[in-house]
Design a protein around this ligand. Structure first.
Ligand code: AHM
Ligand code: MG
Length: 340
C-alpha cells in the first residue's frame, strides 16, 4: 500500500470489540456499547488533560471529595464526563465513582444490565506537573437491574469480590494515551493515534514477565512499614544473589501498574501503622488492576489473600496492594508468612 495509507487498516478498539462480540454467540452487544461509551469518555478526558495548561484547567476546584481530599478541576471534569457518557449509553444500572460518596442509581428508563466502578482521574497529585495520570474502571454484570431501588441497594450489590468482574481496564494519559482492557481471556493494549482519534491495537496479549528487576513503593512511608515489607524491600536492595533491583515510583497507580505489566517487577502500596488498610481503594483501583494483572499471568495480593477474593465492606474501602511478576510476589509472600 502507498505509505500514506500505512496503518490506516489497523485493528482499532471499536473493531476489536465488535469482532469479540461476534465470537461470543450469546452476546447481545450491550458490553460493546458500554465499552464504546467508556472509550469516548476516555478520549474526552484525554483531550481535556492535553489542553489543561492552555485552557486553565489546572489547580483546585474548591471542593473536597468523599475521602476528604481536595478536588482538582480535572478530577471534577473527568468524573462528570464518565458519568454522562455511561448513563447515556443506557447500559448501566449503577455507577460507583471515587469522587462520589454514594453509588449512583440510573433512572429505570435508562437502565442497562451492567454496574461500573471507576476512578475518573487517578494520580491527582501528578496532574499539575504533567506527569502520567489515568482512568480506571471495573465492570460487573447485574442479573436483575430493576430490583435496585435505592442507593443503599446499590451499595449492598457492589459489595462482592472482584472475581465476579466481567471486564476491567484503564486509560493512561502519558507521553502517549493507552487504553488497556480485558474481558478475562487476554489483556490487550491500544494506543490512541491522535491523527485518527482512534485507539489502535499496539500491545496484543500483554503478559507480565515472571520475574522483574524493579520494585515500586513510596519509600517515604518506610518509618511506618511492618517488618515483612521492610525485609522484602531490604532484599530488593541487598539481594543474596544477583544485582540489586531498580526503584521506580511515579505515584500514579495507572502508570506504575502499566510499567509493571510491561517490564515486570512489583508495585506495592502496603498498609502501615498510620494507614491500617493501606491507601488504594478496592472497587475502582485495586480490584480492576488485580483482574488485569491475573489475566496477564501476574499476581495481586493483600499479603493475606488474593486481591480478587476480598469482599469489600463498603464501596470506598481501601486494601493493601502488592502486585506484579508471579515469582516476585511469591518471594514477598514467603516473607509475609514468616511474620503472620
Ligand atoms: P488518587 O486517587 O487521589 O489520585 O490517589 C491514588 C494514588 C495512586 O494513583 C497512587 O498509586 C497513590 O495514590 C500514590 O500515593 P502516595 O502519594 O501516597 O505515594
Ligand atoms: Mg485514585
Amino acid at each position: 500500500a502507498p505509505t500514506f495509507l500505512e496503518g490506516t487498516d489497523a485493528m482499532t478498539l471499536t473493531r476489536y470489540v465488535l469482532v469479540e462480540q461476534r465470537r461470543h454467540k450469546e452476546a447481545q452487544g450491550d458490553l460493546t456499547l458500554l465499552l464504546s461509551a467508556v472509550q469516548l469518555a476516555c478520549k474526552v478526558i484525554e483531550s481535556c488533560v492535553r489542553r489543561a495548561g492552555i485552557a486553565k484547567l489546572y489547580g483546585l476546584a474548591g471542593d473536597q471529595n468523599v475521602q476528604g481530599e481536595d478536588q482538582k478541576k480535572l478530577d471534577v471534569i473527568a468524573n462528570d464526563t464518565f458519568k454522562l457518557n455511561l448513563i447515556a449509553s443506557e447500559k448501566c444500572a449503577c455507577l460507583v465513582s471515587e469522587e462520589e460518596e454514594l453509588a449512583i442509581l440510573v433512572d429505570p428508563l435508562m437502565r442497562g444490565r451492567y454496574a461500573i466502578a471507576f476512578d475518573p482521574l487517578d494520580g491527582s497529585s501528578n496532574i499539575d506537573a504533567n506527569v502520567s495520570i489515568g482512568t480506571i474502571f471495573a465492570i460487573y454484570h447485574i442479573e436483575n437491574p430493576q430490583e435496585l431501588n435505592s442507593s443503599e441497594d446499590v451499595n449492598r450489590y457492589m459489595l462482592q469480590s472482584g472475581r465476579s468482574m466481567v471486564a476491567a481496564g484503564y486509560a493512561m494519559y502519558g507521553s502517549a494515551t493507552n487504553l488497556v482492557f480485558s474481558t478475562g481471556e487476554t489483556v490487550n493494549g491500544f494506543t490512541l493515534d491522535p491523527s485518527l482519534g482512534e485507539f489502535v491495537l499496539t500491545h496484543p496479549n500483554m503478559r507480565c514477565p515472571r520475574r522483574g528487576t524493579i520494585y515500586s513503593i513510596n519509600e517515604g512511608n518506610s518509618r511506618d512499614w511492618d517488618p515483612a515489607v521492610r525485609e522484602f524491600v531490604q532484599r530488593m536492595k541487598f539481594p543474596e544473589t544477583g544485582k540489586p533491583r531498580s526503584l521506580r515510583y511515579i505515584g500514579s497507580m495507572v502508570a506504575d501498574v502499566h510499567r509493571t505489566l510491561l517490564y515486570g517487577g512489583v508495585f506495592m502500596y502496603p498498609a502501615d501503622s498510620k494507614s491500617k488498610e493501606g491507601k488504594l481503594r478496592y472497587l475502582y483501583e485495586a480490584a480492576p488492576m488485580a483482574f488485569l494483572m491475573e489475566v496477564a499471568g501476574g499476581r495481586a495480593t493483600t499479603g493475606k489473600e488474593e486481591i480478587l477474593d476480598v469482599v469489600p465492606r463498603h464501596i470506598h474501602q481501601r486494601v493493601p496492594v502488592f502486585m506484579g511478576s508471579a515469582e516476585d510476589i511469591e518471594e514477598f509472600l514467603e516473607i509475609a508468612r514468616k511474620f503472620q
